[in-house]
Ligand binder design. Structure first.
Ligand code: ADP
Length: 482
């Protein structure tokens, strides 16, 4: 089983693919070249053989025609026969002369003298057609040449010269060349396997080194940064891994900071409660009013602790993926009216005027619970960080175009210093820690708001003038983008 897995792993490896590539690059062209060269050798050798024999045949045919050989009266008979015998010997063939009555009047094999031969080739040739045929199965070339006097344009066909020559030696040469080519191919194949293995080992080495170094980094023994510059690809991958590691470091630091902030925030009310409880315990004879006052303080601290825990839970929910949104079509005018109604008592207590201005009816696909939390935080902050002389106001504006809805929360409050604007969305960040604590802030409200807006694929921006007021602009798509 283990062996099978290892073998499958090897088949999937880059090393294996490189070996196959090198072998294929050596063997495939070798095969193509072998087939190409051998085939062109064969066809060229055959065509040379055909044209040589044809030339000889035509010379003999002409000699026969002009020499009255067919009628038996030629003085050149001997020369013609010698030529025919020579052709037979050189090309390992047979020559026959057939007259108009289909009788064989000469045969270099001396086998079929005076026999009659009626074949398609003889018939056609007697009509003046010259026939050349290659029989690839039996390896010979056949020719039927009409015997006609070349000097006489209307000369009649006196007979037919039948020639067959063997192409055995061409086939033998072909086989011999093929054998040599196969041997060479086997040698090249083995060399390719060897070279392929060497190349694969060498080329894949940097990747193995990279894997080793990553392992070392994981166990804490590695270098600070990964650097394998053998190829631009490995350098690029190492760069990406180094970037990822720095990002992870930053994330880890921010997680640690968050945990320490949470611990600190949760400990503060507990410490206050402990101090209050210890004080009461150390005063057994304290008056009832003092007890009541201390108990009230302890209740306030418990409320504060509860608020921090609730905010943390909301934040954790907002930290999850956008898939956790419960999207429905919501009437935003009504939603904001409800929020302002709920916050009205707090605004009245702070003597802050709450105004809603809706430019048009707006419906959008949103998670109403999360969006309510986000808008509530913005309006609540507008009330909390406002002036206390009874002149304060918070204006909420709702508008939309064909793509987005826009909510603007504007206040006449204390404002936020320019250099703090980028940090106000960080968890537990407060511009003035003691003031925020005094008015019940946890430093988590804007982090929750921003996460919610981002989950809806929206954007949030803050502008502020210290001592004059702050404006939060929110923009969210009307149709939810998954
Ligand atoms: P908190 O619970 O302290 O209000 P937030 O995350 O809601 O926490 O806000 C972070 C900080 O940003 C606040 O402590 C406050 O200093 C500042 N802030 C937020 N909103 C306003 C505002 N409308 N006007 C002035 N300061 C604001």
């Amino acid at each position: 089983m283990q062996k099978n897995v290892k073998f499958l792993d090897f088949l999937k490896s880059l090393k294996f693919r490189l070996i196959i590539l090198v072998i294929a690059m050596a063997v495939i062209p070798g095969n193509v070249i072998r087939a190409g060269i051998l085939n062109s050798y064969e066809s060229r050798a055959l065509s040379i053989r055909q044209s040589e024999v044809l030339t000889q045949a035509q010379i003999i045919s002409n000699q026969i025609a002009v020499s009255e050989y067919m009628t038996g009266g030629s003085g050149q008979s001997e020369t013609i026969r010698t030529r025919m015998n020579m052709l037979t010997t050189i090309y390992d063939g047979r020559v026959m002369i057939v007259d108009k009555a289909f009788r064989i009047i000469y045969d270099t094999y001396n086998l079929d003298y005076h026999k009659t031969i009626i074949s398609e080739e003889v018939l056609k040739s007697l009509k003046g057609e010259q026939i050349v045929k290659y029989d690839s199965e039996n390896l010979y070339i056949e020719m039927a040449i009409p015997i006609v006097d070349p000097s006489d344009d209307d000369g009649e066909v006196q007979g037919v010269l039948l020639i067959s020559v063997s192409t055995d030696n061409i086939a033998l040469n072909y086989d011999y060349l093929q054998k040599i080519a196969i041997i060479l191919e086997i040698v090249v194949g083995f060399t390719a396997v060897f070279v392929g293995i060497l190349c694969a080992i060498k080329l894949v080495k940097p990747f193995h080194r990279m894997s080793e170094e990553i392992k070392e980094i994981q166990t804490g023994y590695g270098n600070d940064s990964l650097e394998i510059n053998d190829y631009s690809e490995t350098a690029e991958i190492c760069g990406r891994i180094n970037d990822m590691r720095s990002q992870m470091k930053v994330m880890d630091e921010s997680r640690q900071e968050f945990v320490s902030n949470v611990s600190h925030e949760l400990k503060t009310p507990l410490t206050s409660m402990k101090v209050l409880a210890d004080s009461i315990n150390s005063m057994p004879d304290a008056p009832k009013e003092l007890y009541q006052e201390f108990m009230e303080d302890i209740t306030n601290e418990i409320e504060r602790e509860t608020k921090i825990i609730n905010d943390l839970l909301s934040l954790v929910k907002m930290d999850k993926s956008a898939a956790d949104l419960n999207i429905s079509t919501v009437n935003l005018n009504e939603l904001i009216e409800q929020i302002l109604k709920r916050l009205q008592p707090i605004a009245d207590r702070q003597k802050v005027e709450l105004v809603l201005e809706s430019f048009r009816p707006v419906t959008a696909e949103i998670d109403d619970v999360k969006m309510t939390l986000a808008i509530t935080n913005l309006v609540e902050n507008g009330i909390k960080y406002n002036r206390t002389d009874g002149e304060g106001w918070v204006h909420v504006t709702l508008n939309a175009d064909h793509q987005y809805f826009y909510i603007k929360v504007e206040d006449s409050g204390i404002g936020i210093p320019e250099d703090c604007l980028d940090q106000i969305y960080e968890r537990f960040y407060r511009v003035d820690k003691s003031h925020s604590r005094e008015i019940g802030g946890t430093g988590l409200g804007l982090a929750i708001t921003r996460n919610c807006i981002l989950m809806h694929r929206g954007a949030i921006k803050a502008h502020s003038v210290l001592g004059e007021g702050t404006t939060f602009d929110v923009r969210v798509p009307l149709n939810y983008i998954a």
